[in-house]
Ligand binder design. Structure first.
Ligand SMILES: Cc1cc2nc3c(=O)[nH]c(=O)nc-3n(C[C@H](O)[C@H](O)[C@H](O)COP(=O)(O)OP(=O)(O)OC[C@H]3O[C@@H](n4cnc5c(N)ncnc54)[C@H](O)[C@@H]3O)c2cc1C
Length: 171
């Protein structure tokens, strides 16, 4: 089955990598013509890190992410610690994976670089999804036929899929 994914954010790239690793044929379409530094710092809790490790991203994550030792919430008026959650080694011991702080851009690059060439298509915006026979098809002549569609742009209810994925080049 050939799967179309719309959106090259953290969600789309992770999905593309995970599906590709299972041996499925995947194509990802991102409207931006290039991936740029967008976003802020993210907290990656151990359940998310565990999945990224399974995708073989342990080393690149270690090399750029920060391992905070604890998370503290303090009272504004007197700086009193209201609660403290131990992270660092405590988190790894309890949950089997570290807790990381990482910039979204760093994570996006790690994911992008792990995906084999030819899967991510930049400058492609999904414009419409329409019912179409028993498959998914992009309107451009050379576009492949898809068996499934995942992504940010899916306005049709499940029962109308399979449908046509109408993608145009982003301006
Ligand atoms: C300030 C801030 C702090 C956050 N902190 C955390 C945190 O600590 N931990 C955490 O887990 N989460 C955090 N989040 C949330 C997290 O960043 C988002 O949940 C996550 O990045 C969403 O990823 P996504 O891939 O679903 O969407 P996005 O990152 O929004 O990516 C969507 C992509 O789809 C593309 N796209 C959209 N429409 C189309 C179309 N029609 N055709 C083609 N491409 C299209 C867009 O260009 C974009 O690249 C935070 C968010 C913010 C704003």
């Amino acid at each position: 089955m050939h799967i179309a994914i719309v959106g090259g954010g953290i969600g789309g790239l992770t999905t593309a990598l995970a599906l590709e690793r299972t041996g499925l044929k995947v194509s990802l379409f991102e409207q931006a013509t290039q991936l740029r530094e967008v976003g802020a710092g993210l907290q990656l809790s151990p359940n998310a890190v565990r999945l990224l490790q399974r995708l073989g991203l342990d080393m690149p994550l270690r090399s750029v992410a920060v391992r905070p030792t604890a998370n503290e919430q303090r009272r504004w008026q007197d700086n009193r610690v209201l609660f403290r959650t131990l992270l660092g080694e405590e988190s790894e011991r309890t949950f089997g994976a570290p807790h990381y702080s990482i910039h979204r851009w760093d994570l996006q690059q790690i994911l992008f670089e792990a995906i084999p060439a030819g899967i991510v298509h930049l400058g492609h915006r999904c414009l419409a999804v329409q019912s179409h026979a028993d498959c998914l098809k992009m309107s451009q002549k050379k576009c492949p036929i898809f068996g499934a569609f995942l992504g940010h742009f899916c306005p049709v209810p499940k029962r109308t899929i399979p449908c046509m994925l109408d993608c145009g080049n982003a301006a």
